[in-house]
Design a binder for this molecule. Structure first.
Ligand code: SAM
Length: 261
């Protein structure tokens, strides 16, 4: 058995995100204050290493983040600066990079939901929760590159699978995958907030803490009685799930499950 049911709690991924949002601005501010109070001037290179060091120490000793986060905090800005200085790229490369990020991540500044993918263990656990011998309709809200939906469609071909996604490139990739898979899966370039959830037996979401309260209100309003609302990693503040499944995967994912009553 790959997973076990246990007491519901916020997942480690959620708290890592919050801690990172503290470490980054905190370390930049600390570097600025140190830089302006030190009796000797510091160069930009010194400043980025100082910021990296402060961020790494704070993440490890104060916030007890995993050690690989310490390495990321230490190296992020120095690597960025070195790449800028050493590669000496023409300006249009930065524009191309920006457009690529826009195509991959969409309007992340508004949605506050980045692209990261459900683990194989999450797909397997989800497959075990779905009806094994009768038809059902599932939607993945924010379906990324369509991996979860296409894998489930291969595993349980008696289901009908849908995905909606607002980021352009992942949505194109999903549509291509659906075309090649020849399974009953469809993807739409559409926002979660425009899509009606009343036709689904299972609604799956792997988003971020930000949209969860609004999404719960939408699910309660639109989903049929008895249907399942499943959130990977991010719970709904103040609403106890009917079941939690902790997975034995890379980020100790928790699936939070509510049956609409
Ligand atoms: C964490 S990824 C999850 C990908 C996929 N569901 C999976 O589990 O592998 C979240 C996705 O939701 C998309 N997204 C965020 N807000 C959205 C919205 N309002 N409407 C549609 N998609 C959205 C993001 O662009 C991103 O690709």
């Amino acid at each position: 058995m790959l997973y076990s049911t246990e007491t519901c709690q916020h997942s480690s991924s959620e708290s890592l995100l919050k801690k990172t949002l503290v470490v980054l601005p905190g370390s930049i501010l600390a570097t600025y204050l140190l830089g302006t109070t030190l009796p000797w001037p510091i160069t930009l290179l010194h400043a980025v290493w100082l910021q990296g060091l402060i961020a790494a120490l704070a993440s490890y000793y104060l916030l007890h983040m995993p050690v690989w986060w310490t390495a990321i905090h230490l190296l992020f800005f120095p690597a960025l600066l070195s790449a800028t200085l050493v590669l000496n790229l023409p300006a249009y490369w930065y524009l191309a990079g920006f457009i690529t990020l826009l195509l991959v991540f969409g309007r992340i500044h508004r949605t506050r939901v980045p692209l990261f993918l459900s683990s194989g263990e999450a797909v397997d656990a989800l497959a075990r929760l779905l009806p094994q011998d009768c038809q059902f309709k599932l939607i993945d809200l924010g379906s990324g590159c369509g991996g979860l939906v296409c894998k489930l469609a291969r595993m349980l071909p008696h289901g009908s699978y849908h995905g909606i996604e607002t980021a352009v490139l992942p949505c194109w990739i999903s549509k291509l995958r659906a075309l090649l898979s020849k399974q009953d899966c469809q993807f739409k370039w559409e926002s979660i907030w425009q899509h009606d959830l009343s036709g689904y037996d299972v609604v799956y979401a792997y988003l971020s803490p930000v949209p969860m309260p609004r999404l719960w209100e939408k699910a309660r309003r639109e989903m049929r009685l008895g249907s399942l609302f499943i959130s990977n990693t991010f719970t709904v503040p103040g609403i106890k799930p009917d079941r939690c499944i902790r997975l034995d995967d890379f980020s100790s994912t928790v699936l939070y499950i509510w049956r609409i009553a």
